[in-house]
Design a protein around this ligand. Structure first.
Ligand code: LLP
Length: 434
């Protein structure tokens, strides 16, 4: 867990700030964002993929501060909703450096994106191609487009299965011919300029051969378009999905290694197909922001529960849960955690860290060994919560979504404040009127 140290009294320190001090000042639960770590990861992708455009996938986590850091580190930004677009524009990101995704973009949404001068819109259906062409015509402008294709690679967490994955909502199938048809329609549409093809095979992927298979298939289509449509598309995007370590079992690749592997395969394929190499782009989200945040919770109750066979599992309830990290409940994701506010010599006990919500599946960390003298008031830190935790947080049980606090050189600053009950009641018309 990079960037963290422990003080002599056992306090965990992130970005020079003791989590115990942070909890005392800002309360818990809280997401703690290590600025240096985030920037270093962004730069690592930027440097490793120096010949590529690197789009940070805002869906992993986005706020105006992050959008600014991304731009400052020379990355571009992938957004996939009007809300994310608004944050990006509000942060002052150059619209030309924004890529716009989504499988159901409305007409007003497309109009706004085109009007804002978004650098590329990734289209996902024939309906959208028509809609976007008509928006461009209305505005009397030309907009740059990428076509999302389904490369027929099913990527799972630790493996990929070639062929299978046609039956899902994203993209135009290469196999069925829809992808080529989409190319023809975009080319035929006035006001649409085709940049290239886009493929995203999944998320939290460790095995780079999934990317290789996808790259090969997408480049084969590139070559077909060159020969059959007479168009050399200048760009190609291989999406995001690079895995990170949530537990010691995970062994992710470094960006530099990924870059070498991906570039090698693209060069080789282009040579074999006799086509010019398109400019490449990627869209990492999790691999940049995931490891740079942790969540700090306060322990509320400690309850040993007897299991069959005489074993005991201790349920440790914290003051957050599935409302700030849905990933364990939703994907059976693995997390780890550590006592953050003191040292303990007590022998370890098998613990399950659970939230404060009204359902049994409200688990934050399925299994962890924690000191057996754990008591209410202790702080626990869960690392690796930067991606898809705050961004997928909910108000279940009227939970108030936690703040994001950036730390750097011993200074903490709130970049997203904690929600208040007034924030929630503001949308409750009865409460407002009453
Ligand atoms: N580009 C596209 C088109 C995507 O759909 C995604 C993620 C990314 C890039 C970024 O992928 P990343 O590098 O972050 O893996 N909520 C799930 C992950 C959903 C990913 C959706 N698309 C989770 O918590 O694991």
């Amino acid at each position: 867990w990079s960037g963290t140290t422990r003080k002599d009294d056992g306090d965990l320190v992130v970005g020079g700030v003791a989590l115990a001090d942070l909890a005392a000042e800002f309360n818990t639960p809280a997401y703690v964002l290590d600025e240096d770590d985030f920037r270093a990861r962004a730069r690592a992708f930027r440097d490793a993929f120096a010949d590529y455009d690197v789009y940070y996938a805002g869906k992993a986590f986005l706020c105006t501060t992050i959008a600014r850091w991304v731009a400052e580190e020379g990355l571009r930004l992938d957004v996939c909703s009007p809300g994310e677009l608004t944050v990006a524009l509000r942060a002052g990101v150059d619209p030309a450096h924004i890529g716009y995704h989504g499988n159901n973009k409305s007409r007003p949404e497309l109009r706004r994106a085109v009007d804002a001068g978004v650098g590329r819109i990734i289209v996902d259906s024939f309906t959208e191609i028509e809609r976007l062409a008509s928006v461009a015509a209305d505005l009397g402008t030309t907009t740059a487009v990428m076509i999302r294709v389904t490369a027929g690679v099913e990527a799972h967490t630790h493996e990929y299965i070639a062929t299978a994955h046609e039956d899902q909502k994203f993209g135009f199938s290469i196999t069925s011919g829809d992808a080529l048809e989409a190319v023809r329609r975009v080319v035929a549409a006035e006001g649409l300029e085709l940049l290239g093809l886009h493929s995203h095979i999944g998320s939290q992927i460790f095995d780079s051969s999934g990317f290789e298979v996808a790259a090969r298939r997408v480049l084969a289509l590139h070559a077909r378009v060159a020969s059959e449509v007479g168009l050399t598309m200048p760009e190609m995007d291989l999406g995001g999905g690079f895995g990170i370590a949530y537990t010691t079992q995970d062994d992710p690749s470094e960006p530099a290694q990924l870059a070498v592997e991906m570039s090698k395969i693209v060069e080789h394929e282009c040579r074999a197909l006799g086509i010019e190499q398109p400019r490449l782009s990627i869209e990492p989200g999790r691999a940049i922001v995931g490891p740079s945040m942790c969540t700090v919770y306060t322990v509320g109750t400690v309850k040993p529960v007897a299991l069959d066979g005489g074993a005991v599992r201790t349920y440790v309830s914290v003051d957050g849960g599935m409302s700030d990290n849905i990933r364990t409940a939703l994907y059976d994701a693995d997390y780890s955690c550590t006592l953050a506010s003191r040292a303990s010599q007590a022998p370890p006990m098998l613990a399950r860290v659970v939230g404060m919500h009204c359902e049994a599946g409200d688990i934050v960390v399925k299994d962890e060994f924690l000191p057996s003298d754990l008591t209410p008031g202790d702080l626990l830190a869960v690392p690796g919560t930067g991606a898809y935790c705050r961004s997928m947080a909910s108000n279940y049980n009227h939970a108030l979504r936690p703040p994001v606090i950036a730390v750097k050189d011993g200074v903490a600053r709130v970049v997203v404040r904690r929600e208040t009950i007034e924030d929630l009641l503001a949308t409750d018309v009865g409460a407002v009127d009453g």
